[in-house]
Design a protein around this ligand. Structure first.
Ligand code: UT7
Length: 323
């Protein structure tokens, strides 16, 4: 049986850190409110010259190095983003050129904060069906460019960054403990697309637009949808919460992470949390957190890891991997 095995991770953050107190000088907010309601203490914000493609390229390069591969051997790049460099071409093609691995497949996926889960699902399907052999799956965002910096209800919540994984199609013998992506479950419900959206776009306003969110309602849906999809992906493999070594969730709000873990009966020590440092980096948040936990030695070969995310659309999903 052919499976997509995770062989490398990488991430990249902009140079500039912006603290809650710095934001409190721009809008009517406080470090206390942001920490208490979200768990966020700081975020990284891209400077001029730092773009979705430059962050994605750095993250991908680190993941490819960790895998020990030559960039030229990568034949598939799937990049999840809601903040592409340009409306077209796909930012993945810019990254492909930067990495020097032209000729393979490269495209973007738009599923906002769930983008990395969607990208992983697509790449896994393509690897298992033999369309490609080695994939880089990236989540990269510069949300700072679509924030309304006058709106305290949204501008304090987001940050910029990128994370990447390298997947390789490997044949596994029957009876062997399966490694790699074991299952992915994805969902969308467009009935809620006015709860979290950008108020512009090429075919409507001809502008980029700015992010708008009804946070309280998104929060309510997030805890329910995430717990449901986590149970769904585990049940599909005949597993339960007790089997999980690590949960790597989308980093939107520490209260959502805690609420989801509690609903599942998962000890907080098994949840990778980076929201305090990175804030919500949309499609980048899961691979950024995954890379951090792999590099600091928490996530090891053989661990059973669940990734999950929920975002605009609504879209949500979860993926189960044996490292
Ligand atoms: O990544 C995609 C998924 N996104 C999410 O998962 C985000 C989900 N939502 C959330 O994380 C939370 O709902 C928020 C962090 C956005 C808001 O927290 P909340 O506890 O739901 O607060 P709230 O929206 O109910 O607002 C409470 C109060 C309001 O004042 P009043 O109406 O009670 O007087 C807000 O105006 O807090 C006020 N407020 C602020 N105060 C200080 C809102 N933003 C701020 C702020 N600083 N930055």
């Amino acid at each position: 049986m052919r499976r997509s095995v995770l062989v490398g991770t990488g991430s990249a953050l902009p140079k500039k850190v912006v603290t809650n107190s710095e934001l409190a000088q721009r809008v009517d907010t406080s470090d206390e409110w942001i920490v208490e309601r979200t768990g966020i203490t700081q975020r990284y914000i891209a400077d001029e010259g730092e773009t979705t493609s430059s962050l994605a390229t750095d993250a991908a390069r680190r993941a490819i190095e960790a895998a020990g591969f030559e960039p030229a051997s990568i034949d598939l790049i799937v990049l999840a983003t809601a903040t592409p460099d340009q409306t077209f071409p796909a930012t993945a093609t810019i990254v492909q050129h930067n990495l020097g691995c032209g000729g393979g497949i490269a495209f973007d996926v738009a599923a906002v904060c769930s983008g990395f889960l969607y990208a992983l699902g697509v790449a896994d399907s393509m690897l298992r069906t033999g369309m490609a052999k080695r994939a880089v799956v990236i989540g990269s965002e510069t949300f700072s460019r679509i924030l309304d910096w006058e709106d305290r209800t949204t501008c304090v919540l987001f940050g910029d960054g990128a994370g990447a994984v390298v997947l390789e199609a490997q044949e596994q013998a029957e009876g062997e403990t399966p490694r790699g992506v074991l299952a992915t479950k994805l969902h969308a419900d467009g009935a809620h697309n006015q709860l979290l959206f950008v108020d512009g776009g090429p075919s409507t306003t001809g502008t980029v637009g700015q992010l708008r969110m009804k946070g309280r309602e998104v929060f309510r849906h997030a805890v329910v949808n995430l717990a449901d999809v986590l149970n769904e992906v585990l049940e599909s493999e005949g597993l339960g919460t007790a089997d999980i070594d690590w949960l790597v969730p989308h980093q939107a709000n520490a209260r959502i992470l805690d609420g989801t873990a509690k609903k599942l009966g998962l000890p907080p020590a098994k949840v990778v949390k980076t929201v305090d440092q990175h804030a919500n980096t949309s499609a980048a948040s899961v691979p950024l957190a995954l890379d951090q936990a792999v590099r600091d030695g928490r996530i090891k070969a053989g661990d059973l890891v669940v990734l999950e995310a929920m975002g605009g659309g609504f879209t949500w999903g979860a993926s189960l991997l044996r490292i």
